[in-house]
Design a protein around this ligand. Sequence first.
Ligand SMILES: Nc1ncnc2c1ncn2[C@@H]1O[C@H](COP(=O)(O)OP(=O)(O)OP(=O)(O)O)[C@@H](O)[C@H]1O
Length: 307
Amino acid sequence: METVVDIHQLKKQFGSKAALDDVTFSIRKGSCFGLLGPNGAGKSTAMKILTGILPADGGSVRVFGLDAVRQRQAVQRQVGYVPQEITLYDKLSATDNLKFFGGLYGIKGGLLKTRMDEVLRETGLLDRANDPVKTFSGGMKRRINIACALLHQPKLLILDEPTVGIDPQSRNHIFDMIRHLRDSGVTIIYSTHYMEEVEALCDDIAIIDRGKVIAQGHLQDLFDHFAQKAVYLETDRPFHPESFASIKKSYTRDRGWVLETDQPLSVMRSILDRNEADQSLKINAIEMVKPSLEDVFLSLTGTSLRD
Ligand SMILES: Nc1ncnc2c1ncn2[C@@H]1O[C@H](COP(=O)(O)OP(=O)(O)OP(=O)(O)O)[C@@H](O)[C@H]1O
């Protein structure tokens, strides 16, 4: 496994507030890494340190084997960063904004023209290339912001909450782009407080809360370790969960029951077997409950990520 980013015991203090408190994680080459946490958790701070925008108070950050502080410029040549705040010149066209960012990266002439065409196509904005950015929707502005960060063909793309306040069409476009970039070998860091986005996009994740990483790993491993397994059952007849030994806890949801258990398959089999034997239940639906990151977060912190 090749590691692209290695963050070790990173610390950042704002006055008496510890924005990052011994944060450690690493990111595999070619993965889409989700940094998930509620507002104020420390995600933006971590990404700003990673890109050399903000100094750390302690710890180390290595990107492609380079020191993010001492070899900042070499790191920045390989990294595309899309900050949370949209950074565009509103009165300029999409093309002129791209030219400006191209200049910052030292891209000129024929290469600049080729890359502008490519990123405008990738972001679905080719037909709006000459319109002023101020006429764009929030989602289109976000897409052109991503286009600017892609001009120099970075090997690592960092996106800080890229879907906040944008339309579903732009969101889907951004998701498709990220999948395409990942498939072509670009490593992605995706920061968000939307669990569904991490579940849809990411391979590995770190969950960050109040400046600390509280869990990290492959999404499925986190589900296996921290999400309570359960069965959902809908029946038209009275149901007595206490008569099944391996059901740990049960409660009603929608038109049925959620049955928490460490052995969902065996619980499903027992319910179906008993029903076949005595026809005591009229089962309308029985299925495994899909684990979610909400369950993982709840099990780790005792609070909901949505609170
Ligand atoms: N420049 C700053 N000065 C003082 N405090 C700051 C500064 N930047 C961030 N903080 C504080 O550090 C903590 C972490 O902020 P950060 O922006 O990294 O969180 P986040 O997870 O990215 O959340 P959000 O999505 O709301 O930006 C918060 O308590 C925030 O108020």
